[in-house]
Write a protein that binds this ligand. Structure first.
Ligand code: AMP
Length: 221
């Protein structure tokens, strides 16, 4: 199973894709998580990515394409994966297509999660992240059992790029750079549009229904 999750920041891509990945026992590959870890580890990629992420801009295509081509060749990705946050530009979409063509694989579905902009801003500002295990919470919709603390015991943080002024820039960048991928995948006939206005459970049920109805996904490849 190879899936792509596409949608504006705050729509719930990270949470939904993690749920689906866990359920189907395939790796959840989130470029944002990879880059945040690289920043934490102070790697070359991390040092380059930090200023872009903090400003709500996209990391340059050539950097992210290299990171993802390397990641997709790790053995755990051989039988499939869920991509969260990649591709985010047409150039990245073309790079992923080339990568897949070389290995004679294909994307099964691109789930495009859509939501109203006002709801997005609210969702993002209430979002909290565990810097240790990367679990995402929300102060209203997905509260941790203990206030401000992840189930793993680490104190939750608000991502720097989830602050309101940066969020507006991220939404602007999304419209300009990422939204064109909706048409791109629609033309390839693999886009599935999902209304993301609803509880976590409701939205993941909609996604599961599509996956269940796809006979080609009954095998792991
Ligand atoms: P996310 O956690 O997916 O919201 O990503 C956080 C930030 O990482 C984004 O705002 C970008 O700065 C950067 N980023 C993540 N994925 C990509 C990508 N595919 N291309 C460029 N930048 C990315």
């Amino acid at each position: 199973m190879r899936l792509v999750f596409l949608g504006p920041p705050g729509v719930g891509k990270g949470t939904q894709s993690a749920v689906i990945a866990k359920k189907h026992a395939v790796p959840h590959i989130a470029t944002g998580d990879i880059l945040r870890k690289a920043i934490c580890d102070e790697t070359e990629v991390g040092l380059e990515a930090k200023s872009y992420i903090d400003a709500g801009k996209l990391v340059p295509d050539e950097v992210i394409i290299q990171v993802m081509n390397d990641r997709l060749q790790v053995s755990d990705a051989a039988a499939g994966y869920i991509l969260d946050g990649y591709p985010r530009t047409i150039v990245q979409g073309d790079a992923l297509a080339r990568f897949l063509l070389e290995s004679e694989k294909k994307i099964d579905h691109v789930f495009y999660l859509g939501l109203d902009e006002a709801v997005l801003v609210k969702r993002i500002s209430g979002r909290r992240l565990c810097p240790s295990c990367q679990t995402i919470y929300h102060i209203l919709h997905n509260k941790p059992t203990k206030d401000g603390q992840c189930e793993c015991g680490t104190s939750l943080i608000q991502r720097k790029d989830d602050h309101e002024d940066t969020v507006k820039n991220r939404l602007f960048v999304y419209e300009k750079e990422t939204a064109p991928l909706i048409e791109y995948y629609k033309k390839q006939d693999i886009l599935v549009q999902i209304d993301a206005d609803g509880s976590l459970k409701l939205v993941s049920e909609k996604i599961e229904k599509i996956l269940k109805e796809d006979p080609s996904l009954s095998s792991s490849d």
